[in-house]
Design a binder for this molecule. Structure first.
Ligand SMILES: [Zn+2]
Length: 481
């Protein structure tokens, strides 16, 4: 429901020309209200002028667009291109406009509250994703620098210093631009502060490799960086040369300097025997670690299990490792160390078989805070799944389970991991019956709150979930949005 105040704000901003002319006479504390109303109506010009004349100390997108007393709806999921572009150009013009310096109170702009989702509900239907926001902000910073060097601008302009908190998304295509903006941060009134860093190279042939990464980390300090998503296959060499080893050590050291870093995603890199080199310089314990499909060996797992990170891990993804055969004891050691804080565990394609279920139950028993358990792609029978589900009912916080199609629903002789062509060749009726029985187990234990499903192609979706704030279901955000 909208308050009368909000309805009036909508009426005010819907006439862009009138609103822009009248802004000077509007009370400062009404700016947030007008901003949300303009965002809802996609009044780009009004948004631009509101930001250009922002009278307050901070500009926090998540807070401004989130639920407010005047209008409950959260608009932070709208990455409307019109609105976001107007915000960012408005910010540039805030720096450049002629208002006296004492009027310019803005110190912090926080863009990290913008959430990228698959489906967009805005009029223009054009989104500006994380990559495009990174690109535009970097471009505006570079333009500002050029402008400040050339033009006769207000001397007060050089005293403006606004920290702009943003989640960066860097690929080879915007690497140069972003690096330039970051390197010249000291002389630019808009200072990019990277809170989460992500770079990808999976689908569109955009590469950002170890050497780019090393250069980036060597030249730029990321003091507020909390989340780091390295490109899949950044470390894509089986035989590391001496230079590779050196680079790897540097990257590790640089990560150690990121004192806020608590989320690390390194999926699909070959890290065999190198986890210690990368992670031992870290001084802050990781809360989220994704090392799925990283070909970890026993030494890597032992390092993880014994490191101080183990006691802090809230989300762990070890998919693609043959846990029961390669390192049963170290894996369970790791699990026991994080059991008191673990919220999300992903063990897809880990060769967990019927004979391992009892061990798994023992390992999971202390994980009383577990909310999510994903284990598709494991060769488990219907019987074993039922046994496991009976146990899962006892985990009080559990909300989401992703379980595999039972092995006995596939033709005899199927081999794991199942290839894409055979993935759907299972007895669907039998699967439906088993899935019903599993749900019945949950119902009988009064666990209607647990959602159990088999998202066969959902690996994509899982990767798209926060902390990987990407857009579309299938592209996993590797498009430029
Ligand atoms: Zn729009």
């Amino acid at each position: 429901m909208k308050s009368l105040r909000f309805i009036s704000a909508e009426a005010f901003v819907s006439n862009a020309e009138f609103a822009r002319k009248s802004l000077g006479a509007v009370a400062h504390d009404l700016f947030p209200l007008l901003f949300k109303a303009s965002y809802l109506l996609e009044q780009g010009e009004v948004i631009h002028d509101l930001v250009e004349n922002w009278p307050l100390f901070d500009f926090n997108m998540g807070k401004l667009l989130g639920a407010t007393l005047d209008y409950q709806e959260d608009l932070s999921h709208r990455t409307c291109s019109v609105c976001l572009e107007s915000c960012l150009t408005g910010l540039r013009d805030y720096v450049l406009n002629q208002s006296p310096p004492y009027m310019k109170k803005l110190r912090v702009v926080d863009l990290t509250g913008i959430k990228d989702v698959e489906v967009q509900f805005c009029k223009c239907k054009k989104t500006m994703g994380r990559w495009a926001r990174t690109q535009l902000l970097s471009k505006l910073c570079s333009e500002l620098l050029v402008y400040l060097q050339q033009a006769q601008c207000n001397p007060g302009t050089f005293e403006i210093s606004i920290n702009v908190l943003i989640d960066l998304f860097v690929t080879e295509r915007n690497y140069d631009l972003v690096v330039k903006a970051l390197l010249k941060k000291c002389s630019c009134p808009l200072k990019i502060c990277c809170v989460a860093f992500r770079s990808d190279n999976l689908i569109h042939n955009v590469h950002l490799e170890m050497e780019h990464l090393e250069m980036l980390f060597n030249n730029i300090h990321f003091p507020v960086l909390m989340s780091l998503t390295l490109p899949a296959r950044t470390f894509n060499v089986r035989r590391f040369t001496a230079t590779d080893e050196q680079m790897l050590a540097h990257i590790g050291e640089k990560m150690g300097e990121m004192t806020q870093l608590t989320e690390l995603n390194m999926s699909f890199s070959i890290l065999t025997g190198r986890i210690q080199k990368l992670l031992s310089p870290l001084k802050t314990p990781l809360k989220i670690l994704d090392v799925s499909n990283c070909s970890l060996n026993h030494t890597d797992m032992a390092f993880l299990a014994n490191s101080f990170h183990a006691n802090h891990l809230e989300a762990l993804d070890l998919s693609g490792h043959n846990l029961p055969e390669l390192y049963p004891s170290t894996f369970f050691k790791l699990l026991s160390h994080c059991s008191s804080v673990l919220r999300s565990l992903t063990l897809e394609d880990c060769n967990i078989q019927d004979t391992h279920v009892n061990m798994l139950i023992l390992g999971l028993s202390p994980c009383q805070k577990l909310q999510e358990f994903k284990f598709i792609g494991n060769p488990l029978s219907s019987q074993a799944l039922k046994h496991l589900f009976t146990f899962l009912c006892e985990l009080p916080m559990l909300k989401n389970v992703e379980f595999p199609v039972p092995r006995d629903c596939y033709p005899i002789g199927i081999t794991y991991p199942i290839d894409d062509t055979s993935l759907c060749r299972y007895d669907h009726q039998k699967y439906e019956r088993v899935a019903e029985e599993l749900n019945l187990i949950l119902l009988q234990a009064n666990r209607e709150d647990v959602k159990a499903s088999t998202p066969l192609f959902g690996i994509m979706e899982a990767v798209a979930q926060p902390p990987y704030p990407c857009a579309s279901f299938f592209c996993r955000g590797k498009c430029d949005n």
